[in-house]
Design a protein around this ligand. Sequence first.
Ligand SMILES: [Zn+2]
Length: 170
Amino acid sequence: MKIGYGWDSHEFKSGIPLKIGGIEIPHPKGLGGHSDGDVLLHAITDALLGAIAAPDIGTLFSPSDARWKGVDSAVFLAEALRRVNAAGYRIANLDSTLILAAPKIGPHTAALREHISGLMNVPPDCVGLKAKTPEGLRIDNAAIAHVVVLLEKIPQPPRLRKPKPKNSAR
Ligand SMILES: [Zn+2]
């Protein structure tokens, strides 16, 4: 098994849609960033990449590269998953914590877990999601995501042994 950890933060900005975990959540402000600013998908992507010791999200999808401007962060997640599978691993489960003052995430938790499980091709009960407010931290202008992911080796089918020839000379 392998474990991965990811962390990300983005600043709230007026006049852009708020996208968290691939879902648009009604709110007067969204998260700024070179891509769609999806703090949760970025942390999941980094956790997956970290678990297989691959380069991180900023290295693979450089903010200075025009190709990733405004792109759906599900693209980054898909590439991380491709690398995880190519390395011979699959997701056992993931757990995440979102830290933001507003909006309330509780009413969207079920939809978020369902959507993320679809993106990652695992059952919803393998996707943990908790939301906290940043009590006493004075960071009302940002959203933060922490993610841990556990990977397990994809079982290989048993190899059929070639029968040894009888009366072999050797
Ligand atoms: Zn990010």
